[in-house]
Design a protein around this ligand. Structure first.
Ligand code: FAD
Length: 512
């Protein structure tokens, strides 16, 4: 059947992670799939999110290591680098990954790709029309992925048995006075439109994106101030975890202002961005103004659904996004949604996991055979240095939910490998169900924490306890011994005075 004609099994709206995984999965199983993208193939993760941020973080880490050369017994030295070259490298990394998400690749998988903006005209039909003017921020790879694109939409309509809304999210912009009158960056512009190093930068928001980019720009030599509304960076983490990172950022020269309510922005006489905020830390009426060359907004995310005309499809939404049930169906059972547009976890791996559930649920004809989403074991990581990784319950959440737990903490300095690598700042904390070795959650702060966490993630998923991790041989000296040492700590709690008495008697008996 000709592209666009007849009825598709699935029409997917949005070619970010959620959309791409749904489209590839369904096409791979033999389904007829259309994929509609209004901007760049690959969505946020490839173009404006994970990939460019992690590429810059990688350069920033090396810069910092060179600055810290004396830690490894080298002479003190200043890193030599050009801001523009680091950004070129980031774009080259992105271009290397881009073909995986390209229109060509998806067409080769049998997916009909349409470039344009989709909106529902009924619960069973979408229309594709001209997207807003393309982002000025396109790398060569991205431009390439647009190569051979269809003439956008022109009101072309597609019909399908099922639809998947995978339209993602965008940076939330605070509704403060003057915001429309000053230049500012978000994740959609910072990687491609920041042409030279600013002397100073205000990062509005101290969540994962704000912290990652604040540290990165500081390491590039920018005078960075984080302005955070709450009293803690990384609000989802336990306070000790967040404070550990905060100390590190401060040591590197990042200025952090917490309990601050942004009030207004303007351009100062010296052509700087002037951010006025209420400093609740210093008193109820303390108004202060910060000046910087650049403003980066990272206060949170807004789901993209307003332009989809979901009323025509009779799909329910609320402020946090498109409403779905456990099977990821919207209020119209044949219309599914996944990724940032539904939450509750705004991560690439979550978008991927939800898309996999949808692929299966669309194929299965009966509701009782469909799979529910399982959010019981969801890891995440903030890629600051040190990395901050998390899975399951933290102490804060356990207390809120009245869950009794035991806590096992291992500092990184207990790890020989960390010491010889001069990377011994950090710790792991593991929560287990009170009196047992069942892992409820863990937080890791340290180099490679996002990778190391997965031993505990798998253990949680498979129902493996800390005792079993302790009895598993771990290679020495590795960072992976961290989980092993937490297991040893658990085992020690089982060595009660009564058990010691029995062992002492056995030893005495053996000597007779
Ligand atoms: C700076 C930054 C760093 C991040 N780092 C990480 C990280 O390290 N690890 C991690 O797991 N997550 C990270 N994330 C989050 C991650 O990028 C998102 O969770 C992920 O991209 C969500 O995928 P998605 O498919 O739901 O949405 P998106 O990737 O946003 O894709 C949605 C797509 O839908 C398109 N679209 C929207 N509306 C329409 C329409 N009407 N018609 C057609 N197309 C439409 C959009 O153009 C977009 O391409 C980061 C995010 C940011 C901003």
């Amino acid at each position: 059947m000709k592209k666009g004609e007849g009825v598709y099994n699935v029409v997917v709206i949005g070619a970010g992670t959620a959309g791409l995984v749904t489209a590839a999965g369904t096409a791979g199983l033999g389904g007829r799939v259309a994929l509609i993208e209004r901007n760049l193939m690959g969505g946020d993760c490839l173009n404006f999110g994970c990939v460019p941020s992690k590429a810059l973080i990688s350069s920033a880490r090396l810069i910092q290591q060179i600055r810290d050369a004396e830690k490894w017994g080298l002479d003190r030295q200043e890193p030599q680098f050009a801001f523009e070259k680091i950004f070129d490298r980031m774009r080259a990394c992105r271009a290397k990954i881009a073909p995986n998400d390209s229109q060509e690749r998806f067409e080769s998988l049998g997916v009909d790709v349409f470039r344009g903006e989709a909106r529902f005209v009924s619960p069973h039909e979408v229309e594709i029309y001209d997207p807003p003017s393309p982002q000025s921020s396109q790398s060569s790879a991205q431009s390439r992925s647009r190569g051979g694109r269809e003439a956008p939409g022109e009101g072309r309509r597609l019909r399908a048995k099922n639809f998947v809304i995978a339209t993602g999210s965008r940076a939330a912009i605070p509704k403060i006075e003057g915001i429309g009158t000053v230049p500012y960056f978000t994740n959609e512009t910072i990687f491609d439109e920041l042409k030279q190093k600013p002397e100073s930068m205000i990062v509005l928001g101290g969540g994962p994106i704000g912290c990652e980019l604040a540290q990165t720009f500081r390491r590039f030599g920018v005078d960075v101030t984080i302005v955070q509304r709450g009293d803690q960076l990384l609000p989802r983490e336990d306070r000790d975890v967040a404070e550990f990172l905060e100390r590190r950022l401060i040591n590197e020269g990042v200025r952090i202002i917490k309990n601050a309510d942004a009030r207004s922005v303007a351009i100062s006489d010296a052509r700087k961005v002037a951010l006025e905020f209420l400093d609740r830390q210093s008193g109820p009426l303390a108004e202060r103004t910060l000046f910087a060359d650049a403003l980066l907004i990272a206060i949170g995310r807004t789901p993209n659904f307003r332009r989809l005309d979901l009323k025509s499809a009779e799909v329910d939404v609320n402020e946090s996004g498109v409403c779905v049930n456990d099977y990821l169906q919207t209020s119209q059972r044949h219309i599914y949604a996944a990724g940032d547009v539904i939450g509750p976890f705004l991560f690439t791996h979550m978008a991927d996991a939800q898309a996999r559930v949808i692929v299966r649920n669309i194929l299965v004809p009966f509701q009782f055979l469909r799979q529910k989403t399982d959010y019981s074991v969801v890891p995440w990581c903030t890629y600051t240095d040190p990395e901050v990784a998390h899975v399951g319950l933290g102490e804060k959440e356990a207390k809120q939910k009245n869950v009794d737990y035991d806590l096992f903490v291992v500092p990184l300095e207990d790890l020989d490998r960390a010491v010889v690598e001069s990377e011994d700042a950090g710790f792991v904390k593991v929560l287990t169900a009170k009196g047992s070795d069942k892992i409820l959650g863990a937080a890791m702060v340290g180099p490679h924490a996002g990778d190391l966490l997965h031993e505990l993630v798998l253990a949680m998923k498979a129902g493996i306890g800390l005792g079993m991790i302790a009895s598993t041989i771990h290679a020495y000296p590795t960072f992976a011994e961290l989980a092993h040492k937490a297991g040893d700590k658990y085992n020690k709690t089982r060595f009660t005075p009564r058990a010691k008495k029995i062992f002492t008697w056995l030893y005495e008996h053996a000597r007779r």
